[in-house]
Write a protein that binds this ligand. Sequence first.
Ligand SMILES: Cc1ncc(COP(=O)(O)O)c(C=O)c1O
Length: 393
Amino acid sequence: MHTHHNALGLAAALRPVQPVTLIRPHAARRAARFFIEKFPGRSLYAVKANPSPDLLRILWESGVTHYDVASLAEVRLVNETLPQATLCFMHPVKAEEAIAEAYELGVRTFSLDTMEELEKIVRATDGAQDLNLCVRIRVSSDHSKLSLASKFGADPAEMKELLFATRQAADALGICFHVGSQAMSPKAYAEAMERVRAAIVEAAVTVDIVDVGGGFPSVYPGMEPPELEGYFEVIAAAFESLPVSYSAELWCEPGRALCAEYASVLVRVEKRRGDQLYINDGAYGALFDAAHIGWRFPVRLVRDEASESKPMAFSFYGPTCDDLDHMAGPFHLPADIAAGDYIEIGMLGAYGCAMRTAFNGFGATAKVIVDDEPMASLYGDVLEDAREKAVQL
Ligand SMILES: Cc1ncc(COP(=O)(O)O)c(C=O)c1O
């Protein structure tokens, strides 16, 4: 992979015609170290957020040894990329064949939220005695920007029977949940832990693992969360007071928080129509969330000489022939921006680059390593700058 200092160096040197993914290994390393050193338990990486083998290797080298995988393809990928990693198959609805192959490949931790899934796991592993089984409880997504409250999770009323049955089949019994992605307050975890407590008390079973899932936030325009340490403190206090086995482990499964800062994308403006910019990446590329759920990513004009023009609000059209390929923004950029200009779109390391398709013949991107800071950060000295910048945007 080529290396450049930053987006400007790259744009000036190459004038790329296709979008370019700018990779910041140091940002992923910093995020991983932060979780490894400060989270009061074990940090898994949720591979779905960005399955790039380069990123997986960076996280492994930074001390992330456990990986939350949700499909057989992710099991195989991590197994091949990091043969020594521990994999946890945390999708509550799996194909029986996928469970069997994962078990063959060494996976011992599975999640479930129904009796049927428990029976499936027992069948697919031939009643294995060495399973860690995590029962997923439904919790609210009220504090999060992206809900995960409808699809998965046993209702609190179903937990007693499920925990009891799972205890019989498991070597280690866990309870897991997901508070929704981009949780904007630590209260999300405090409230979820209260549900966990009630479930344990009611079922009166010994619990060995409490997995608080993902949901840890990143920084985006209009979404400036409190510091992550505050989340960790709330989780540690709630865990300490749970009636679990004395050797119980606390886990988390961040996706977004570990990799949002890892990548940005350099795009070119192909046409301007008033306050609409036609760019060469979009809804079928790295900007799925910007198009479909109105997520706002930070943007900056990448031009040799800084523009003197005031910022104004733009929306984007992507490169495909589809009206849906539209990102409403608003994205604030200098008013004199024109066709031929380059824009860097930040914080696309999580659920951005991972969602790219080749629809309509678009989707090819080069990857280049850069060593400047991401456009926003929840880690280290750049935090305050990022907060100020995000407020201005
Ligand atoms: C089971 C599970 N764990 C972890 C994650 C990662 O969530 P986030 O990226 O919000 O940290 C997800 C995301 O969908 C998930 O479904």
